[in-house]
Design a protein around this ligand. Sequence first.
Ligand SMILES: Cc1cc2nc3c(=O)[nH]c(=O)nc-3n(C[C@H](O)[C@H](O)[C@H](O)COP(=O)(O)OP(=O)(O)OC[C@H]3O[C@@H](n4cnc5c(N)ncnc54)[C@H](O)[C@@H]3O)c2cc1C
Length: 284
Amino acid sequence: MIPASFEYTAPTTLKEALALIGDGGKPLAGGMSLIPMMKLRLANPEHLIDLNRIAELNYIREASGELHIGANATHYDIEISPLLMGKCPLLAETAAAIGDIQVRNRGTIGGSVAHADPSADYPAALQALEAKIVLASSSGTRTVSTADFFVDTFTTALEPEELVTEIVVPVEAGLTGTSYQKFLQPASGFAIVGIAARIRREAGKIALARLGVTGVGGNSYRAAKAEKALEGKAGSDAEIAAAAALIGDGIEAGADLHASAAFRLHLAANYGARAIRAALSRSV
Ligand SMILES: Cc1cc2nc3c(=O)[nH]c(=O)nc-3n(C[C@H](O)[C@H](O)[C@H](O)COP(=O)(O)OP(=O)(O)OC[C@H]3O[C@@H](n4cnc5c(N)ncnc54)[C@H](O)[C@@H]3O)c2cc1C
């Protein structure tokens, strides 16, 4: 289908873009989610504000012990970033698991988190990394935690006049290992279930466990009960299986033509155990 007609502006500075967003404009990043929605007339923006020419939103850099990723960084930029591969491999691994090469070339991390698809991959990694998301409007910036940013299905803490400008993740410290494991929908690559694990070992024990989950329910989340079950343990197969079985505990799992709720919960435990084992094996 052909989208309804719309105005189009391509600002080259963030300031200019924020003035237009505040005036009812809808941001366009990679267009990988927005354009199909416009073609299906599920979204009918009157004015598209194309962010692609704003160079100040396109970077991946390290500063003050944190990694800063501009909203315009594409999935492919993140997948091949030597800085991220070295200091936050979970994000590079997760980006590499998104869709296909065309989607990764155009889609951006800012667009993906703003869209908040319940099957998107980044939310699992950002939950496990305890990342921060920087939002800007004409009146200033604010920083929110991943847990506060993802509110519900396709719903975030973004206000209409705000843009996502940056994702901030900590530089991994000590004996920390990470892994992202997903059971994917083969046509699109979207996660039916995706689990990101971040495990730190100290004196032969799991000192910190963070598990981010996507695809199981209507929103990404941290599997807090499973994390608690892992901390203090050595990480035997039995301990990992017992902890992973808690990943879906208390969650209302979704059901659709791809997977029933029971199958999603089964996948969460299995892919959770895989992610924990892989993260542990890398925490050396
Ligand atoms: C065939 C196909 C397969 C895919 N497979 C996967 C997959 O396996 N895993 C996965 O996670 N995703 C997948 N995706 C989605 C893909 O990752 C998109 O890139 C992503 O969802 C949206 O990013 P975008 O840059 O294209 O944003 P756009 O489509 O341009 O925008 C998406 C939404 O975010 C808003 N927006 C964009 N940028 C900003 C910003 N900086 N601040 C505030 N709001 C903003 C837009 O207004 C719009 O509402 C797939 C998409 C396709 C088409």
